[in-house]
Design a protein around this ligand. Structure first.
Ligand code: PA5
Length: 449
């Protein structure tokens, strides 16, 4: 079970101040479950883990097996909520050098991502890498109209059709999108692709436990049933009848809101395990899009320690005191590396000889926590017993639930994202997309002046 420690925020928030927020957190939790808060038509994620059926998991696994059979690479196309959850889980759970594993040792295809940027070099190099390889594709877009994945899919679709023929391409492409709306739905129906539906009541950033996340994760060889099981356990232990004292999501939401009220406007999610880099990226979308609105919200940032202690460490220790740190800690490493003894000890490291590298890392973590708390950075600590499908599932649901509670405590609608549209309107106007003629004229005037 995940462990949460909020005791090290006491330098900024008193026990009485934190206690004052318990009622607010409990009200927010109840509003979520009652469906009485803002954006309540987007609560499909709330009871999702316990309601995913064995048949749904079996369908996902069977589809993954079909997409993977005899294939070198599965290209997963999507952006934002249609990308980050799968990327986070795959990076957290797979071998760090998966891409370099010998082909004969692979039990699953390599999963590569596209459509998460508009980098011409990225796309060129991806297409170059795919040459001579057997490729299948999962294309994901809830709206079905997002430019980045649409553009990447046009390239990958052409590639798959040219390399294995249009008929076989139908077996190699799966689309995950809205049940009836959007260009991707129209195309999937016309081309005869297998599809999965993203439920109307689940927003992109809450969709990792739908086929959006589960299908790519299954293609990478990860046990999706165990991931869902971990999430289901966290769903039960953060339910509305679980009191604040035992409800970890409510406690985390209360702690971060208490810190925000004290002027701590930036939350830095810190990990001491490079496999968690993309968990933090997923978390940033979850919290940034959910809370950053109406001129309010904690800015979600992230660091990979100890790497970033050698770049951002100075600021965290000593810069402007508007930060708090949430450390994502893994109690034990999966693999074992001990520091070897060296007869000459020219590097002076023999004091570490025989120790696990993980022990060195844990001392770095403890030392950092003490230093940062001394430096006026309140510290929240989330500990996973290990890094597995089960604990990652717990963590995903823990953060989602806390996000809903926290957004309600802040007084915003945590389930919309009106701000995401602003850049798109300008980009379409600048690219002279049909239907944007008025905006094109206006933006050209604006640039001229
Ligand atoms: O949270 C959101 O809705 C967005 O950031 C989306 O995740 C992102 O724009 C991708 O959207 P779509 O899945 O519709 O292509």
């Amino acid at each position: 079970m995940l462990h949460l420690d909020t005791s090290k925020i006491s330098g900024a928030v008193s026990a009485t101040e934190l206690q004052a927020l318990q009622g607010k957190a409990t009200d927010a939790l109840r509003a979520l479950h009652a469906g009485s808060g803002k954006g309540s038509d987007f609560l499909g994620w709330l009871n999702l883990p316990t309601s995913i059926s064995a048949a749904e998991v079996a369908d996902i696994k069977a589809t993954a097996a079909k997409l993977s059979a005899g294939v070198d690479v599965v290209v997963v196309i999507g952006i934002g909520g249609s990308y980050l959850g799968a990327k986070a889980a795959i990076d957290a759970l797979l071998h760090s050098f998966d891409a370099l594993q010998d082909k004969s040792r692979r039990t699953s295809p390599l999963v590569l991502f596209a459509g998460q940027n508009i980098g011409e070099d990225y796309l060129f190099e991806l297409m170059e890498t795919l040459q001579g390889k057997s490729v299948s594709c999962i294309v994901i877009s809830k709206s079905g109209t997002t430019t980045e994945p649409a553009l990447a899919f046009r390239l990958i679709k052409n590639f798959v059709e040219q390399t294995c023929g249009k008929d076989e391409a139908k077996n190699r492409i799966v689309a995950i999108t809205d049940k009836s709306r959007g260009a991707l739905r129209t195309m999937a129906d016309k081309e005869g692709y297998k599809t999965f539906v993203i439920p109307d009541n689940i927003g992109g950033r809450f969709s990792v436990l739908t086929p959006v996340g589960l299908l790519p994760i299954a293609c990478a060889g990860v046990d999706v049933a165990a991931l869902v099981q971990g999430a289901a356990e966290m769903e039960k232990s953060t339910a509305q009848d679980v009191p604040f004292e035992k409800n970890l999501s409510a406690q985390y939401a209360a702690a971060r809101n208490a810190l925000y009220a004290k002027g701590k406007k930036v939350e830095v999610l810190a990990n001491f395990n490079p496999k968690l880099h993309f968990v933090a990226e997923w978390w940033k979308q979850l919290y940034g899009e959910s809370e950053g609105k109406d001129g309010k919200g904690i800015f979600p940032a992230s660091v990979d320690f100890t790497t970033d202690l050698h770049s951002l460490g100075q600021y965290v220790q000593d810069g402007e005191r508007m930060l708090f740190e949430t450390v994502l800690s893994v109690a034990k490493a999966k693999r074992c590396v001990t520091v070897p003894l060296d007869k000459e000890d020219l590097d002076g490291l023999n004091f570490l000889a025989g120790k696990r590298v993980d022990e060195v890392n844990r001392m770095a973590e403890l030392g950092t926590q003490l230093a940062h708390v001394d430096g006026g950075v309140p510290n929240i600590r989330i500990e996973l017993s290990d890094l597995s499908e089960h604990t990652l599932g717990e963590l995903i649901y823990f953060f989602e639930k806390a996000c809903g509670i926290s957004g309600y405590m802040l007084g915003v609608n945590p389930f919309d994202q009106p701000g995401v549209e602003a850049y798109k309107k300008n980009m379409f106007a600048l690219l002279e997309k049909p239907g944007y003629e008025k905006e094109t004229a206006a933006i050209k005037d604006r640039i001229k002046n």
